[in-house]
Design a protein around this ligand. Structure first.
Ligand SMILES: Nc1ncnc2c1ncn2[C@@H]1O[C@H](COP(=O)(O)OP(=O)(O)OP(=O)(O)O)[C@@H](O)[C@H]1O
Ligand SMILES: [Mg+2]
Length: 284
């Protein structure tokens, strides 16, 4: 399974005074098992881009090939696409609607034509994958849960569909540090367990640097850069000009380097910076 995005352009309110070109000639590929991070300043087109990947939006021009199927073609069945590609919107908890957690998570799988037992199994598996206690939470109302729990239930609803591609649009926005970390660990766990393609939109450079195999940098509707975290975060000036920063560990080590300390690399994670500092301090 791979995704091929070829030269897509999207214009909102075309022909009207408020017309806005949200995507312009965007192309990239995502391969099986890849973890893709999407970063970019607010309004740069990230959400518009990911909504094209599950067929929610159609491009004005260009094509998107998902597992060999052109999802931008006329007559393609959206139901089949959404089965393969799960999209978790920003603030997904606002979409919870059933009277129990269990029913809410079962909604997607029950539209896949599975039998009761398979649905129940998927619901249990998804609840456990997002780190919630199945027996404790299954019969509770989703509206009585904490913000972090609601977020996990909403994500579980998409995971229960077992999508081959899981797209998450700022899944940690507005969470406290503990819930933020929990949701991230959960994404890592799902990725390891399902070995699916993950596409994560985030404003958090630390998370993206740590998790992504490949980063797409959006700027004013264009794909301004793409590459590995090492490649992307080695271009600080370019990122700064687009309103983006380096991960904190890289910033810290760069400040130390500016003061004459011998830290030459590009320190994308706290663990890497920690190791380097430890080796440096241990020397005599
Ligand atoms: N439904 C819409 N109608 C008209 N214009 C829109 C619509 N949705 C987004 N836009 C415009 O398209 C551009 C890209 O928006 P988009 O939501 O994709 O950005 P984003 O990168 O996801 O931003 P953020 O980081 O704030 O979520 C912006 O200029 C935005 O104002
Ligand atoms: Mg957005």
């Amino acid at each position: 399974m791979s995704i091929q995005v070829n030269n897509i352009t999207h214009i909102y309110s075309e022909g009207l005074p408020q017309q806005s070109v949200a995507l312009e000639d965007v192309s990239f590929r995502a391969e099986d098992g890849e973890f893709i991070g999407i970063i970019g300043h607010t309004g740069s087109g990230k959400s518009t881009l990911v909504q094209h990947l599950n067929g929610l939006l159609k491009p004005k021009s260009g094509t998107i090939i998902v597992g060999g199927t052109d999802i931008t073609a006329e007559g393609v069945l959206m139901r089949d696409i959404r089965r393969k590609i799960g999209l978790v919107f920003q603030y997904p908890e606002y979409q919870l609607f059933e009277e129990t957690v269990e029913k809410d998570i079962a909604f997607g799988p029950s539209n896949l034509g599975l039998d009761e037992e398979q649905i129940a199994r998927r619901v249990k598996e998804a609840i456990e994958l997002v780190g919630l206690d199945y027996e404790e939470i299954r019969r509770r109302s989703p509206f009585d849960l904490s913000g972090g729990q609601k977020r996990r239930v909403a994500i579980a609803g998409v995971i229960a569909m077992k999508p081959e591609v899981l797209i998450l649009d700022e899944p940690t926005a507005g969470l406290d540090p503990k819930a933020h970390q929990d949701v991230l660990s959960m994404i890592e766990k799902v990725h390891a367990y399902e070995n699916n393609i993950i596409i994560l939109v985030s404003h958090n450079m630390n998370d993206i640097a740590k998790l992504a195999d490949k980063i797409l940098v959006m700027d004013g509707g264009r794909l301004a850069m793409q590459g590995t975290p090492q490649e992307v975060f080695s271009q600080e000036e370019k990122l700064t000009s687009m309103g983006l920063a380096l991960p904190q560990s890289a910033r810290l080590m760069k400040l130390a380097r500016d003061r004459g300390l011998p830290f030459e690399g590009n320190y994308l994670t706290i663990a890497h910076a920690e190791e380097e500092l430890y080796q440096f301090l241990k020397r005599d």
